[in-house]
Write a protein that binds this ligand. Structure first.
Ligand code: CA
Ligand code: CA
Ligand code: CA
Length: 222
């Protein structure tokens, strides 16, 4: 009798253990077989008045590669921040430790418009920046978000290299105006260069990205 009871208890414990195991959440950490090879990134201009300039996005493994808050930005950031020319910054990024892939957005995104590009899943983080064109040296920054699906909003910064006039004041305010090459050299340099800080005029979210996994060819066949 005692033995039968004992077997019964063992069976009950086995059943409890079975269901406990079945109900354990399955957590897979960094399993490369379950990670998509690439993501689509939709870049949206949420502003009603600020064109976003050409820009640069980067996949990287060391956090903060484009985060200069409280520090002087490198000289290669100035053309992006002041006239929306991204090539120097893209070249600089390519030399930085932990940078895996650099993507140029080669044309502006007008208010209310969006652009989609594909990033390869080559690293942990995604960062990106585009100038707020109707400003002196203001830019939107996506700063080191984990490269995974979701919607992420940029924060706006002042590069600290040119004095700010009113947003949208055009060539007279030292801000670049498309089609007016002479507007590129206008404006008053901040001297000495100031550290990067959150922009005190550009307080609205003007840039948002939406990241979606792109199915690999294998998954599409299944
Ligand atoms: Ca400034
Ligand atoms: Ca200027
Ligand atoms: Ca300047």
């Amino acid at each position: 009798m005692k033995k039968v009871l004992g077997i019964g208890i063992v069976i009950i414990l086995a059943i409890i253990a079975f269901f406990a195991l079945r109900n354990d959440p399955v957590v897979i950490i960094d399993d490369p077989e379950n990670e998509p090879a690439s993501y689509s990134v939709v870049v949206r201009n949420l502003s009603g008045s600020q064109p976003l300039s050409p820009g640069v996005f980067v996949v990287h493994d060391d956090s903060g590669v484009l985060d200069f808050e409280g520090r002087l930005s490198p000289v290669e950031f100035e053309p992006l921040a002041e006239i929306g020319v991204a090539g120097d910054l893209a070249g600089w990024l390519a030399t930085q430790s932990g940078v895996r892939s650099v993507y140029l957005i080669d044309s502006p995104i007008l208010p209310g418009q969006e652009r989609t590009f594909i990033v390869e899943n080559t690293g942990r983080y995604l960062s990106g920046t585009m100038m707020a064109v109707a400003s002196n040296d203001g830019y939107a920054l996506i700063n080191s978000i984990d490269l995974e699906e979701g919607i992420f909003q940029a924060r706006n910064y002042d590069n600290g290299t040119e004095e700010n006039s009113a947003l949208g004041s055009g060539a007279a305010g030292g801000q670049p105006v498309p089609g007016q090459p002479e507007s590129i050299d206008m404006g008053t340099a901040t001297n000495p260069q100031a550290t990067v800080r959150v922009h005190d005029q550009l307080t609205e979210v003007i840039l948002e990205i939406e990241i979606t996994a792109v199915a690999s060819p294998d998954e599409e066949l299944n």
